[in-house]
Design a protein around this ligand. Sequence first.
Ligand code: NAI
Length: 343
Amino acid sequence: MSQTIPATLIPGDGIGPEIVDATLAALDALGAPFEWDRQIAGLEGAKAAGDPLPAATLASIRRTRLALKGPLETPSGGGYRSSNVRLREEFKLYANLRPARTIVPGGRYDNIDLVIVRENLEGLYIGHEHYIQIDDDPHAVAMATGINTRQGGRRLLEFAFEHAIATGRKKVTIVHKANIMKALTGIFLETAQQMYEEKYKDRIAMDAVIIDACAMKLVLNPWQFDVLVTTNLFGDILSDLTAGLVGGLGLAPGANIGADAAIFEAVHGSAPDIAGKGLANPTALLLAAAMMLDHCRLPEQATRLRRAIADTLNVDQVRTGDLGGSASTAAFSRALNARIANG
Ligand code: NAI
């Protein structure tokens, strides 16, 4: 009998439960061996347990070291700190892997196959921010501190190079802004160049590009890139850009990989504008589940899932509204499961 794999499941907020249901149905149809421990976080955690990241959720991930997560709502401006950021810190999820691959041909760009590897723990996302009051304006001045460390850069860059080589990639591009933020992003570029000379120069190509030029080049000719490796904020922004190249957020998966755990999710958020209406595209989370299968060394199931998703979208032409179709989340899920059952 095959062994089960314990994993934490966080349905999340907004469209989370709808896309998680569709993903669980597909994993069941595949016969994926996950044994789910269902937990809460985000807005649901704040409401039901008084904490957007309850202790029971943390304990579950500490035990399973593996999670599939729906989007978690974070208030903008004030309110509680992002549970996503806290999860990354808690489990030292230093690498955020965000592939962008064409699944639906005939869009603005065809045959895109890029990966963004984003540093997930440092930079301007560490939350060292404050306002300074002047006279009666409490928000007269805003300050933020970014921190990048040599050790944090090395850990992420090593992951990126090894991942690129293991998956047969040809080139790693370091994305930075070392011309202006000479220390904060200069340390990342310098560390990359040192590591490349020490360990990788005979194994893969590397170049470097400034973030603003990178954004332009991605729009003009995305095929010149392969693996893009960058610091936290730049990676967050660029990965939405690359999601746009392949048809939008509904198709963009992400993996947070670290020393203590791995958490798989869609790049998009909780989409409160369409939540509860049965309109959400579950494909991004389904593709994240495929990454989770790869991570658990179940590449055959991952391939079957990716193929069934592509066939549902392209052969059966069953698509949700964000892709110009009219299928509901449930109708897409049924069509996908039929594909899995027949594949
Ligand atoms: P969002 O990604 O939730 O939505 C942006 C737009 O894309 C909306 O028009 C939405 O309807 C659409 N969209 C997103 N996912 C879709 C899907 N699967 N199918 C069809 N359409 C989809 O970004 P927004 O509105 O800025 O953020 C909403 C909330 O989500 C915020 O509280 C934010 O903090 C949170 N968030 C959570 C993330 C996570 O848990 N990893 C990531 C990004 C945002």
